[in-house]
Design a protein around this ligand. Structure first.
Ligand code: NAD
Length: 249
């Protein structure tokens, strides 16, 4: 069991990549705090992982992050892993994205990364050990069409990940991003559904991957497990691309 005795917070745990990662972390022995704004989805995840605490709220809320981290410390005395998988996209170019949508996408994706890291890092410093795993996207590197707020937010997460990795490297804290390709989750299905010609957009996206398929949430969870565990003890400040060859093709 690669995470035996470790304590982990997973945001976005009610669905997709966060859920699959929480399940795998639990199978590997971690004690979990599951975070999401979707209460029903969190209960479904809880039924998959067995034992965990659940925390319903908006990851862009500063007090929420502080409260959940405090609760974990009060229960377990330590926090070893923070995985910030909560996020969403709204679609649109810079001309068609409203200011409110832009702010909401940044608040959830970027705020949902830095506010949680800000709450977690002091405890990881005290332990002189910790792993923070953020969620970027292959689009943060490649760019993409009609998704400007989301892609800019993911670019910010790449830069934030690298700068946190440098700032806290000598405190025993590793900070790494995962940049998935298109992963078959509710988010991906929603993003295709925004298009009038959604079937064609889906097939173009599928074929854009060298492997000619979408990824599975469980494949991203395996990368998260690697980054969470001591198997990646000399890995920090990286953007681990898991994209079925999207960027290479
Ligand atoms: N699916 C993909 O193709 C893909 C590709 C690259 C990156 N990602 C990233 O991976 C992460 C997980 O995505 P997914 O595909 O599993 O999506 P998903 O929609 O299946 O799950 C995301 C979860 O985040 C939660 N969430 C969103 N905003 C929130 C907020 N403000 N507060 C609390 N919870 C919130 C949702 O309720 C949902 O349960 C996201 O950061 C996403 O941007 C996904």
């Amino acid at each position: 069991m690669r995470l035996q005795g470790r304590t982990a917070i997973v945001t976005g745990a009610a669905s997709g990549i966060g859920r699959a990662s929480a399940k795998l972390f639990a199978e590997e022995g971690a004690r979990l705090a599951l975070v999401d704004r979707d209460a029903a989805g969190l209960q479904e995840t809880l039924s998959l992982v067995g034992e965990a605490t659940t925390h319903v709220g908006d990851v862009g809320n500063t007090d929420f992050a502080e409260t959940v981290v405090s609760d974990v410390i009060a229960r377990h005395g330590r926090l070893d892993i923070l995985m910030t998988a909560a996020g969403f996209s709204c679609g649109g170019t810079v001309l068609t994205t409203s200011v409110d949508d832009w702010d909401a996408v940044f608040r959830a994706n970027v705020g949902g990364t830095w506010l949680w890291a800000r709450a977690a890092v002091p405890h990881m410093q005290r332990q002189n050990k910790g792993s923070i795993i953020t969620l970027a996207s292959q689009l943060a590197i490649a760019g993409g069409k009609g998704n400007s707020a989301y892609i800019a937010a993911k670019g910010a997460i790449v830069s934030l990940t690298r700068t946190m990795a440098v700032d806290f490297a000598t405190d025993g804290i590793r900070v790494n991003a995962i940049a998935p390709g298109a992963i078959d989750t509710p988010m991906l299905r929603r993003s295709f559904a925004r298009h009038a010609n959604s079937d064609a957009v889906r097939e173009t996206s599928r074929n854009r991957h060298a492997m000619k398929r979408f990824g599975h949430a469980e494949e991203i969870a395996q990368t998260a497990l690697h980054l969470a565990s001591d198997a990646s003890s000399f890995t920090t400040g990286t953007v681990m691309v898991v994209d079925g060859g999207w960027l290479a093709a």
